[in-house]
Design a protein around this ligand. Structure first.
Ligand SMILES: [Fe+2]
Length: 360
């Protein structure tokens, strides 16, 4: 078990504990997307606390959803020009993953974007992460998933980048649109499921996955109504962080691996794309495993989960040939196949991939 990130998780965490970022450097490169960092108030909290502590800042707000290697390279180039000596990522998974990759590139003037996918030293500039959604868990994982247009998919960089500080404030989630809340919370749920049923799981990772599912289950009604108190938003973000701590140990599994093609080619949001394969994955995991994990999330059966997914997210139309190519890509990834708690082959993977095909 290795979870090296100091986490400050409570309402007002940045305002109360953000002074700790001043120990990371003299000038911060702050990476955000277009909306959530400002709308949530997180960016203002960060700027206030840094300026109170005499830390300079420079702001790069052009991180798009599913950021490309090129957009990370642009952010790193900006940070180098500004002579920033540490990095802060604020937002959903995209700005946080981009911040990890930028912190890696900026650690050495020789590093090129191609080095992101080349094995080597993992050293990086100091890094603080502040989530505004409840899905990725990136604030506590070492993973940075970027879009690689030349490979027509998304893939994690080759380097493990844990943050030096993470601040989790549920108040930032309360301003998120309901669609963002739904898609990211489903991502957190799938992280718990794929970690709990992962061949790499141990007692510690299962503890995080179980507790993540418990918090998720207790607060999942917010996904239907968007009405909740502050404690609910904080707990949903904690569920996401615990799911992240679980996958930081085990990695994700088959549904995530299959999902990237749907996001790349059909622009289906990450959580919804992963959820598309979760029904088939749970079915293949067998009655006992499936029932055990679903009950922790408050579902009495696979059928109930399937209906819940259909009602909240709709079943996306996915061409069969895209599913087949996702299966073929996965068959070429034996390390990922070994994470499944059941034997895998082309037939099994097609059963998982095509489980919802006829339900549109
Ligand atoms: Fe995910």
């Amino acid at each position: 078990m290795f979870m090296p990130v100091p986490v400050y998780s409570f309402s007002g965490a940045v305002r109360q504990e953000g002074f700790r970022m001043a120990s990371l450097g003299k000038k911060a490169l702050i990476l955000t997307g277009k909306n959530s960092a400002r709308q949530s108030g997180a960016l203002q909290d960060v700027l206030t606390v840094l300026h109170e502590n005499a830390v300079e800042t420079c702001l790069f707000e052009d991180i798009t959803e599913n950021p490309t290697v090129d957009s990370v390279a642009a952010a790193a180039a900006f940070g180098r020009r500004e002579q920033a000596d540490f990095v802060i990522g604020i937002g959903g998974g995209s700005p946080m993953d981009a911040a990890k990759a930028a912190a890696y590139l900026m650690a050495s003037p020789e590093r090129q974007p191609s080095d992101l996918y080349t094995a080597g030293e993992d050293n990086h500039l100091p890094l603080a992460l502040i989530p505004t959604t409840c899905g990725t868990g990136s604030e506590v994982t070492a993973v940075s998933v970027l879009t690689r247009p030349e490979k027509q998919t998304k893939k994690s960089i080759s380097h493990k980048i844990f943050a030096d500080l993470a601040f989790i404030d549920g108040a930032y989630l309360s301003s998120a649109p309901l669609s963002v809340l739904r898609h990211t919370a489903l991502d957190a749920f799938t992280h718990c499921v794929e970690s709990y049923l992962n061949t790499q799981a141990d007692d510690f990772s299962r503890m995080y996955a179980r507790e993540g599912l418990r918090l998720w289950q207790e607060n999942r009604s917010v996904l239907e109504t968007a009405e909740a108190d502050a404690g609910c938003f904080q707990q949903m973000m904690n569920a996401s962080a615990m799911a992240g701590m679980a996958i930081a140990q085990t990695g994700t599994g088959i549904p995530h691996a299959l999902s990237y093609a749907l996001t790349y080619h059909l622009h289906i949001p990450h959580g919804k794309a992963v959820g598309y394969f979760t029904v088939g994955f749970l079915q293949e995991a067998g009655e006992r495993s499936c029932r055990g994990v679903l009950q922790q999330a408050g579902f009495s059966s696979l059928q109930e989960f399937r209906e819940w997914y259909r009602a909240l997210y709709g079943i996306p139309e996915v061409p069969k040939n895209l599913l087949e190519s996702a299966v073929e890509s996965l068959l070429a990834n034996p390390a990922k196949l070994r994470t499944a708690p059941f034997p895998t082959n082309r037939t099994v993977l097609r059963m998982i991939a095509e489980n919802l095909l006829n339900e549109t």
